[in-house]
Write a protein that binds this ligand. Structure first.
Ligand code: GLA
Length: 393
């Protein structure tokens, strides 16, 4: 693992990296657009990731290269802002670490070689994966003593301020705190989190990811608008955040809000309840019984929050018709991926049915794969212990 990143590094910089880090993408099991409303989410890190090969430099230069872009991007520690495209993510993390108190006047420049098997814009958080792998690389290079939640916040700040996407902290937390066969139950207000075992293999269940290959960009458009609509709800109802509302408050909200804002608020309030219910069910009865919650979450995103697309709706419907226990779009919406909870024995037939439904509708063929809940970001190689792996800070 990490070899391709090391190769990209070697080809571009004609030297060996000092270390390697990895940051996984994520799938959100349930809890959508609840993170920036300070509610609950339940994502897991997946077995597809960004890998970063890194080395310190003697000067203040920064050189970045990816397997995809090929060309080396060069800047320095005094020119981190105003950069467009993928370099904005690692540079944003550097800037955010500076905001967290790292003295960027005294640290060394660095070279990064980046490789990834995560599709970009597929709703699997390739950007958070890159941010967390870069954050661990910089922690290692600069000997930082920041904990993982601080690194997650740095990734979010990078995304919000430098890239300009007004996202929450869910993706970075999933990427940094993931655990094998578990989802991460995060309270986005207190930032307390707890792994919730999924027991997928024992229950002979799998989570299918259906990438519709309709691409989205959260820095513009619908995501930003939904966030603004939630803020309108907060202001009109005079609450601190939508997290403060319970289902019992919805009648009052309906009388105080315009119809569209009310439906946005109702999605967030009911989605928080669905996350709590999913966590309860996972702990008592196991993953086999959360299907209805996944379905209800999708309906709420489709009808109340209006962030689904025809392709996502079809993916969900075709998967359900072919025997999936539950299905929903995952991530920010307006494209990207859906997930379906299926019995292991049905993986092939559900995949085939979804692909056939897309062909019949005249849509581009989706990419269907199984996502395995996996370990969060880590350092590889340098100073590795017997397992060949060093955990980050
Ligand atoms: C994107 C954002 C997250 C979250 C989801 C929706 O993935 O990056 O912070 O808001 O959308 O749940």
């Amino acid at each position: 693992m990490g070899t391709a990143a090391a190769e990209v590094f070697g080809e571009a910089f004609h030297s060996d990296p000092e270390g390697l880090s990895r940051g996984p993408g994520r799938v959100n099991l349930i809890g959508e657009h609840t993170d920036y409303n300070l509610g609950f989410v339940l994502p897991f890190a997946i077995d597809r990731e960004v890998r970063v090969a890194f080395a310190a430099r003697a000067d203040r230069k920064i050189r970045l290269v990816t397997a995809l872009a090929g060309q080396v991007f060069t800047t320095d520690l005094d020119s981190l802002l105003g950069v467009h495209g993928w370099p904005g993510y690692p540079l944003g993390v550097v800037w955010a670490l500076g905001e967290l108190g790292v003295d960027l006047k005294t640290v060394s420049g660095f070279d990064l070689g980046i490789d990834s098997d995560l599709p970009i814009g597929a709703g699997l958080s390739s950007s958070a994966a890159l941010e967390s792998a870069a954050a661990l690389a910089l922690s290692s290079l600069w000997g930082l003593r920041l904990d993982r939640m601080e690194l997650a916040r740095a990734g979010q700040r990078a995304e919000n301020v430098v890239v300009g996407a007004p996202t929450g902290v869910m993706d970075q937390v999933a990427s940094l705190f993931g655990q094998p066969d578990a989802a991460i139950f995060l309270d986005c207000r207190s930032l307390e989190l707890e792994p919730v075992p999924l027991g997928l293999a024992d229950a002979e269940l799998a989570v299918l990811v259906i990438d519709t290959r309709v691409r989205h960009d959260h820095a513009t458009g619908g995501y930003r608008q939904r966030r603004a609509e939630c803020e309108q709800g907060v202001a009109a109802l005079g609450v601190g955040s939508l997290r403060d509302l319970e289902p019992d408050d919805l009648d009052r909200a309906a009388s105080q809000l315009d119809e569209v804002v009310f439906r946005r608020v109702r999605h967030v309030v009911t989605e928080n309840q669905r996350v709590l219910a999913a966590v309860r069910l996972l702990r008592t009865e196991g993953a086999g019984v959360i299907g209805e919650l996944l379905d209800a979450s999708h309906v709420s995103m489709r009808d109340d929050f209006e962030i689904s697309t025809a392709e996502l709706d079809l993916a969900v419907k075709a998967a359900r018709n072919a025997g999936a226990l539950g299905a929903r779009m995952t991530g920010g919406g307006f494209g990207g991926s859906a997930i379906a909870l299926v019995s292991c024995g049905d993986v092939a037939s559900v995949s085939t049915a979804v692909t056939a439904a897309f062909a019949a509708a005249g849509y581009r063929a989706p990419e269907v794969s199984v996502a395995t809940p996996s370990a969060g970001a880590s350092l590889l190689g340098r100073g590795a212990g017997p397992g060949g792996e060093v955990q980050g800070p």
